[in-house]
Design a protein around this ligand. Structure first.
Ligand code: 0X9
Ligand code: CA
Ligand code: CA
Ligand code: ZN
Length: 272
């Protein structure tokens, strides 16, 4: 946690024209949920397409925070020398969230070696555990379809109600805040998880490929873009429900509510 803070602050200091650090809110235990904006003229909200990458919904998926940091490093260090990086930074506004679940991250790292923790660290008014799987707490078709649990002890506990976790609320408020003049500025999104080397598109709540809450055209884009990305890194691209059904997960909400082309990346290693 200290290393993460030091690294993102240094990136901002070293590249003040390209990086601006802020927070989207606080975790249950009061830790800041950091976000970096990376773009040319970073202080201005320019008319450029916006991209969001987030990491660490799940506490034990350490590699995702490392990947988010690597992305920040790549976009800043190679700016001005690598043509692809320079083009991306000049023509887009790139948002990076490094750890949506900082309480879980801290808790996980206190284990020897680790607690293999997944959920957040939320408790109820009595102080009893209400640890919630953030990737089942989003408000679209929450708890609809057998893809989460109502039991507090379960790994996929969805929380007592949609948006009960401060961390998912912070994410949603940020995404909602990017609607300008009625137009969502974020056009594409990747949420980083581990593992399985997969690229997953919505929906997770149903096995239907093109349900009524998705257009055929958008589905075609999801498949084409997902397969194109998989061709570049050797991952397998598929609809998320093909892995297993989830309800209340992030990418379903991102697409259903904001029409963002939203993908889950399951990073290294390949085996589950
Ligand atoms: O279960 C999850 O939240 C994600 N997998 S993980 O092993 N990182 O926990 C998968 C979310 C993608 N959605 C579906 N597979 N439906
Ligand atoms: Ca810019
Ligand atoms: Ca903008
Ligand atoms: Zn995960």
């Amino acid at each position: 946690w200290d290393e993460l803070k030091a690294e993102i602050r240094k990136a901002e200091q070293d590249h003040p024209d390209l990086v601006r650090l802020s927070t989207i809110g606080q975790s249950y235990e009061g830790r800041p949920i950091f976000i970096a904006k990376v773009s040319d003229n970073v202080a201005e909200d320019e008319n450029e397409e916006e991209v969001l990458v987030d990491a660490l919904h799940h506490a034990r998926e350490h590699l995702t925070t490392e990947q988010a940091l690597a992305l920040l490093r790549w976009l800043t260090n190679d700016y001005g020398t690598d043509d692809t990086v320079t083009r991306l930074v000049n023509n887009r506004e790139i948002w990076i969230i490094f750890a949506l679940n900082p309480d879980g991250m801290r808790y996980d790292l206190t284990g020897d070696p680790f607690h293999a923790w997944r959920k957040n660290r939320q408790r109820d008014a009595q102080g009893d555990p209400m640890f919630t799987d953030l990737n089942r707490n989003y408000g679209y078709r929450w708890g609809c379809c057998g893809g989460s649990s109502g039991k507090r002890s379960a790994l996929t506990y969805r929380g007592p109600r949609p948006w009960s976790a401060p961390e998912t609320r912070a994410l949603a408020e940020f995404v909602d805040s990017r609607v300008k003049g009625g137009v969502q500025q974020i056009v594409s999104h990747v949420t980083l998880h581990t593992n399985g080397e997969l690229i997953l598109w919505p929906y997770g709540y149903t096995h239907e490929n093109v349900p009524p809450d998705m257009t055929t055209l958008d589905h075609d884009v999801f498949v084409a873009l997902g397969e194109a990305m998989a061709d570049r890194n050797g991952y397998t691209a598929q609809q998320s429900s093909q892995l297993y059904i989830t309800d209340g997960d992030q990418i379903d909400w991102m697409y259903a509510t904001h029409r963002i082309f939203s993908y889950t990346y399951e990073l290294f290693p390949p085996e589950r």
